[in-house]
Ligand binder design. Structure first.
Ligand code: IPD
Ligand code: CA
Ligand code: CA
Length: 282
């Protein structure tokens, strides 16, 4: 009799734990599916913003100076930021909003926040250089859980969900496995603080001596995506802001790469920072 009772209790425990595992799996799946829906909606939104970049009347556009004569903002940066702020509010109303072009919420330790660069590569945009992107990251606390970078000129959309891999136009992206001797090294000039240039050149010279060649593109977000999909091996810059790297960082990491400060420390979203992104061989 006792054996039968023990057996029944054991069976109940087993069923309960199976049920619990199922419920946890279901909740997890729902969260992931929600994030996928959110990502899809954000992708449509950034593609709409991409049309604003492509159709801009650049000859007549208003250009203002921000922190200095090299730090510019156009009416289209502001227009796209407005469009993103409105659209993202509809997609995830509880999320805070931090964008390059002002009127920002505070980033807190919990809850969702969008970190947005309406046009990364504004100088390229002004010059019609055809290498700029719209960058949207979704943070939970200080952790990026989703990132989207869209280059409207090539119609290339990079996206990543934390733990789910990264993609370019639906194809999985992976960092390259080339060593430094075969590396293409990308760098940013930190153009809004020219005092940093001598140090940039110092670091760059070291890499240049070891690598295949160097490139400067004018968009930090696209530099990160270029490393993510293995077209280059390393990217560094001495001063970037959270909106420059938030989405691209996750895209590199989900492609198997590593993103830190120049000293190898974790990146902070609290202000300006140095950045080093690379494949996992270098
Ligand atoms: C800039 C670009 C540039 C990088 C700067 C960024 P913006 O962003 O990403 O490549 O060198 O550090 O600030 O001002 O064009 O959005
Ligand atoms: Ca930027
Ligand atoms: Ca910008």
């Amino acid at each position: 009799m006792k054996k039968q009772v023990d057996f029944t209790i054991g069976l109940c425990f087993l069923l309960q734990s199976v049920l619990l595992v199922d419920i946890i799996a279901l909740i997890y799946k729902m969260l992931v599916i929600n994030l996928k829906n959110i990502i899809n909606e954000i992708c449509s939104l950034v593609k709409e913003c991409g049309k604003v970049v492509l159709n801009a009347d650049r000859a007549k556009m208003a250009i203002d100076i921000k922190s200095g004569v090299t730090d510019l903002v156009t009416e289209y940066d502001k227009k796209i930021q407005g469009q993103l702020q409105l659209g993202l509010k509809k997609i995830l109303p509880e999320a805070k909003f931090i964008g390059e072009e002002g009127s920002n919420d505070e980033l807190t330790d919990d809850g969702y926040a969008f970190v947005v660069d309406p046009i990364d590569g504004t100088t390229n945009f002004i010059k019609d250089y055809h290498h700029s992107a719209i960058s949207v990251a979704l943070l939970k606390g200080k952790d990026v859980v989703a990132g989207i970078v869209y280059n409207p000129y090539l119609d290339e959309l990079f996206s990543a969900i934390k733990g789910e891999g990264a993609f370019c136009n639906g194809n999985k992206t992976s960092v390259s496995s080339q060593p430094m001797s075969k590396a293409l090294v990308l760098f940013g000039t930190s153009p809004y603080d020219k005092d940093l240039f001598p140090k940039t050149i110092e670091v760059l010279s070291e890499y240049f001596n070891q690598a295949l060649d160097i490139r400067r593109s004018g968009s930090a977000a696209l530099d990160l995506c270029t490393v993510a999909c293995g077209r280059a091996e390393l990217y560094f810059e001495l001063q970037v802001s959270p909106w420059d790297f938030a989405a691209g960082k996750l895209i590199v990491e989900e492609s198997g790469g590593v993103v830190t400060t120049l000293d190898g420390a974790p990146l902070s979203f609290d202000g300006k920072t140095t950045i080093l992104a690379k494949n996992n061989v270098i």
